[in-house]
Design a protein around this ligand. Structure first.
Ligand SMILES: [Zn+2]
Length: 353
């Protein structure tokens, strides 16, 4: 008999709405994630203080841990501090660095993680990966998926606009990542996980086609859901393939070649995606992507994030080396520096400068 279905690794609870933070303790009790209320809450020592003030009265059994930064050492230290308590779960309340530290620490002490992101900067909020700075630069560590994801849209709306913009670029870049996956399937025979691809693509398309803007709750709802679904798509496929193609190779190349000048993850991925779609000959889709990115205040030209054309050409040339083994339109075309320059000029013409 064939295998009938498969189980999808996914959070038990996904709660995305305005005011969700106020019901956090009740939700965790109701869902039997924490009956006793004994929670280890990781927050930043900066902006976390305000949130703590607001949430702490409703969580009398919680112990609060201030996390310094987003390094492996911070995460190991956090795990060591939590070890002594008897907790039902770890709550990561804050931006990407705090969530990733909490993810790693929770995995290390064997407790489930409740992710409460306070911004929407990328699709890592619900993914099985913790990205932490280590002695060698930056590392990705496999961790269990969060048991719950709670996103308060009122909190997210108050975060600096650049965080929401970054999330938009990351979500929209899914469309390019899936196109790379399909290309690799055709050329190298790499297997596509259809469900993971469907979820990631629909997430990207929903954000691309939504007429709203970053100040509106219904747009933020769709964006937050898109980022959560993208994280689950990565859990399903077992790697970052559904959300990371040539767009992300370009992003990594910016980070590695110009570590001090790099823009945000989503800004670089969005620009990378619009350019890579043009590279693959999908000129209409590329122009549409660029138009939407522009509408949200995201860059579509390197000069908009402080880079010259020559620097961008160098980034694109170097990009395939950032992810050995991943086949995308960049590996497929294997362009020379002059060819990249020509295609870039063509891209600028197509989207309008
Ligand atoms: Zn990304």
């Amino acid at each position: 008999m064939p295998v009938l279905t498969r189980l999808i690794p996914s959070p038990l609870v996904v709660d995305i709405r305005p005011g969700a933070l106020d019901d956090l303790a009740c939700l965790l009790a109701d869902e039997r994630i924490s009956h006793s209320g004994r929670l280890a809450v990781a927050v930043s020592n900066g902006s976390g203080a305000k949130l703590r003030e607001r949430v702490a009265p409703g969580m009398p059994g919680a112990t609060w841990y201030e996390v310094g930064g987003g390094t492996l050492d911070d995460a190991v230290r956090l795990a060591g501090e939590m070890k002594a308590g008897h907790y039902d779960a770890v709550v990561g309340l804050g931006g990407g660095k705090i969530i990733d530290c909490a993810k790693f620490a929770a995995a290390r002490v064997g407790l489930p993680l409740v992710a409460v992101p306070t911004n929407l900067a990328h699709d890592g909020l619900c993914s099985p990966v913790a990205t932490l700075d280590n002695d060698a630069g930056r590392g990705s560590y496999g961790v269990p998926n969060p048991i719950a994801v709670v996103i308060d849209l009122d909190v997210v709306r108050e975060a600096p606009a650049r965080f929401v913009r970054s999330g938009i670029g990351d979500a929209i870049s899914n469309i390019n990542a899936i196109a790379d996956w399909e290309l690799s399937n055709r050329v190298t025979g790499e297997k596509i996980d259809g469900l993971a691809a469907a979820m990631a693509r629909q997430a990207g398309e929903a954000v691309l086609r939504h007429p709203g803007g970053i100040g509106e709750n219904d747009f933020l709802q769709v964006l937050a859901e898109a980022l959560v679904l993208t994280g689950i798509a990565m859990s399903i496929s077992g790697d970052s393939r559904p959300a990371s193609g040539s767009c992300h190779e370009i992003n990594h190349a910016f980070d590695l070649l110009y570590p001090k000048r790099a823009a945000s993850h989503g800004e670089q991925c969005g620009l990378g995606a619009a350019f890579a779609m043009h590279l693959r000959g999908a000129h209409e889709q590329s122009a549409h992507m660029a138009e939407v990115l522009r509408r949200h205040g995201l860059p579509v030209l390197p000069k908009e994030i402080g880079f010259t054309v020559d620097e961008f050409v160098r980034v694109v040339k170097y990009a395939p080396e950032t992810r050995p083994g991943r086949y995308t339109i960049l590996e497929h075309l294997d362009l020379t520096t002059d060819q990249i320059k020509d295609t870039y000029a063509d891209y600028v013409k197509a989207i309008g400068s």
